[in-house]
Design a protein. Structure first.
Length: 264
């Protein structure tokens, strides 16, 4: 059993080291999922899962290793009087090394900061290569919802996908459509975004989240005039805190169309 423990511990260490290196090199999650990133046949999710399970193997056999080698370990801590001492040089060196890595990482001291910054530069390189999703977990969004969020004409998007012989349902997520057609969510978006409604110059970012008051503060609309226009559309529950997205949903319009209506 001791041989099995030592061999298993060594293999778990190698697997954890390998997956740890891959996780250090891989893109940020949002980029990896959006681009369906793989390296040497495995995705970021798979590397993460392998790292977690190998950690459990390492922990289990590590405890067994301590159990089987308890006497030698204790002997490392004994001083000349055969008493356990935590002031022995060997223990203090080992403790100090581990403490150095912990403190250096938490307080971003060099060279630990430089090492972590290197990881971020590598991840940023992947981002430049693959691009970022338009919002978090966009790949999990159903096609018809995604088109609405991104101001993409759904019917034209469906026509494009059909023309490209891509099998899909509008109730499927971009990730599902991509997986079923050996594509990435980013590639699906690239195909249909050509028909994305372009926002005129000067339209605020994240328009759907803006309230009437916020648009007024940005000097994009006249608040009272906008409220009157919307009330004429039979929207009675309108106030400065009303969000453009909610107004658009009630009028069955897109946020950009609401903005164009109230900014006349």
């Amino acid at each position: 059993m001791k041989k099995i423990t030592s061999l298993s511990l060594g293999l778990a260490f190698l697997i954890m080291s390998y997956t740890g290196i891959m996780l250090f090199l891989c893109p940020h999650g949002r980029v990896a999922y959006w681009s369906d990133w793989h390296l040497l046949g495995l995705s970021k999710t798979q590397y993460g899962e392998l790292h977690t399970t190998s950690m459990l193997t390492f922990l289990f056999f590590g405890l067994l290793h301590i159990y089987y080698n308890w006497k030698p370990i204790i002997s490392y801590l004994k001083d000349s009087t055969k008493k356990v001492s935590f002031t022995k040089k060997e223990f203090l060196i080992a403790f100090s090394l581990n403490l150095l890595f912990i403190v250096g990482t938490l307080f971003m001291i060099q060279p630990f900061k430089g090492f972590l910054d290197l990881g971020e530069r590598i991840k940023d390189g992947w981002t430049q290569q693959y691009g970022e999703p338009p919002y978090g977990h966009a790949e999990e969004t159903k096609l018809f919802v995604f088109c609405k969020k991104m101001d993409i004409d759904l019917e034209r998007a469906k026509a494009i996908l059909t023309d490209k012989q891509i099998n899909f349902k509008e109730t499927q997520s971009l990730k599902t459509i991509a997986n079923n057609n050996n594509l990435t969510p980013n590639e699906i978006y690239t195909l249909i975004k050509e028909d994305k409604i372009e926002k005129p110059e000067g339209v605020p970012s994240q328009l759907g989240r803006k309230t009437l008051q916020e648009l007024s503060n940005l000097q994009k609309i006249e608040l009272q005039k906008a409220i009157v226009i919307l009330q004429e559309r039979e929207l009675t529950d309108i106030n400065p805190k009303s969000r453009i997205k909610n107004i658009a949903d009630e009028l069955d319009l897109k946020p950009l169309e609401v903005y164009q209506l109230i900014s006349q």
